[in-house]
Design a binder for this molecule. Structure first.
Ligand SMILES: O=C(O)CCC(=O)C(=O)O
Ligand SMILES: [Fe+2]
Length: 409
């Protein structure tokens, strides 16, 4: 299971909601047949993999795109676009075009991902932080993937792009280590990483907050009415624990993967537990030379609201955002968490091809109170009673504790 910011999906337990049907009506429904490769804790309770589905090439769908000039206009009515991207019929992803300065910052950081991953092993060990369960600094093979295998296909570098030291309060550091511990930077070995990471992370946060503002408008127009102190925009703007993740997907040969045909061959099916996940378009390289992706079927895949698996595309120079579990909670179900995974290239000429990308988890502060609605479909293993209020940090630490125990056993 995951140790990082996301919840692997066990498809045999997931109960997809048909479009338009309130989730409450779903409770008690028999398990639906999974559409995607099984993922989760145990292989024992999974139905046989649907090989036909795995080998089929899912259709490519373009993400709904909003021009930055529209997004920064707070008074502009973007309900159509937000509804089309994040609403009931949307894919759960929206891309923003023409963000000033973004293409350069993206390339500057993504080009550093292979350099981090190829630092000497002893240097990378010095950049690890077991006390945060590898939620700061370098992390490789610490996360459990589908079917309980350790995920060695990708390496990650985690940091808070805004605060090197989010707090000095010992109680908080002990209670919420994955959010409160200090950043680690490879100052001697790759000094340029820190600025490149912080600059892109800050820009993605700024754009994410603009998007959150328009999401709030959309949700209020759905008849929810005025928020009482829990709007996405306000909740996210006061947070000190947004987290950046620089990802490096190793070339196939080095990752020893045998399941090249599977849709989730590079990153397993999961939902993020942040509110909004900012995502760059992946940068592909072969032997340090940037190339277009050699396999048009590779990349980010999403399970749509009507249970179709689709490959989602957006331009290199666009900045994408997906919705996570706490957007679903704060919007009272009007925005849904987006199930997603990443497929590795599997064509003949895909050997030695790596992929670098960056995710920014825009999320509430550790002490922000989250009220779990009845019928909340995620993490039933935590047995959170309906309508219980938990601090966001408590929610994620409970998940980390549970998965850390599992990963050790
Ligand atoms: O590599 C990607 O495009 C997605 C990464 C992701 O889903 C995550 O880090 O949570
Ligand atoms: Fe994710």
């Amino acid at each position: 299971m995951s140790l990082h910011h996301c919840s692997p999906i066990n498809w045999s337990q997931a109960t997809p909601t048909p479009p338009g049907e309130p989730r409450e009506r779903q409770r008690g429904r028999r398990r639906a047949r999974p559409l995607a490769p099984a993922g989760g804790r145990s292989t024992r309770d999974l139905p046989p993999p649907d090989l036909a589905m795995q080998q089929q090439r899912p259709p490519s769908v373009r993400a709904v795109t909003i021009p930055f000039a529209d997004l920064e206009d707070k008074g502009k009515d973007l309900s159509g676009k937000i509804g089309g991207g994040f609403g009931r019929q949307g894919l759960g992803i929206v891309s923003i075009a023409d963000v000033p300065g973004y293409p350069e910052l993206r390339k500057r950081l993504l080009r550093l991902a292979p350099r981090v991953a190829n630092l000497p092993e002893e240097v990378k060990r010095g950049l690890e932080d077991p006390n945060s369960r590898y939620n700061f600094g370098w992390s490789h093979g610490k996360q459990k993937f589908e079917s309980g295998k350790f995920d060695t296909f990708k390496g990650s570098y985690f940091a808070n792009p805004l605060f090197d030291v989010p707090t000095t309060d010992d109680v908080l550091l002990t209670r919420f280590p994955s959010y409160c511990r200090p950043n680690i930077w490879p100052t001697g070995d790759l000094p340029e990483l820190e600025t490149a990471f912080k600059d892109l992370g800050k820009l993605m946060l700024e754009v994410g907050l603009m998007l959150a503002h328009h999401c709030d408008h959309y949700v209020m127009n759905q008849g929810v009415g005025q928020y009482i102190g829990e709007s996405l925009g306000q909740t996210l703007a006061r947070s000190r624990c947004h987290k950046g993740r620089l990802l490096y997907y190793f070339p196939k040969e080095f990752s020893k993967q045998k399941d090249g045909q599977s849709i989730s061959s590079w990153c397993g099916w999961h939902t993020d537990y942040a509110s909004l996940t900012g995502l760059t378009c992946g940068l592909f390289m072969r032997k340090s030379v940037e190339i277009p992706c050699p396999d048009s079927g590779a990349g980010l895949h999403i399970r749509s609201r009507d249970n179709q698996v689709v490959k989602v595309t957006f331009e290199n120079d666009e900045l994408a955002y997906m919705t996570g579990e706490t957007a679903e909670i704060l919007s009272r179900g009007h925005l849904r968490a987006t199930p997603h995974c990443v497929k590795a290239p599997s064509s003949e000429d895909a050997s030695l091809v790596d992929r670098s990308t960056f995710a920014l988890f825009v999320q509430p502060n550790w002490d922000e109170k989250i009220k779990f609605p009845s019928g909340f479909p995620y993490h039933q293993e935590l047995s959170i009673p309906p309508n219980e209020t938990l601090a966001y940090g408590e929610y994620s630490e409970r998940l980390l504790n549970k998965h850390y125990e599992e990963a050790r056993t």
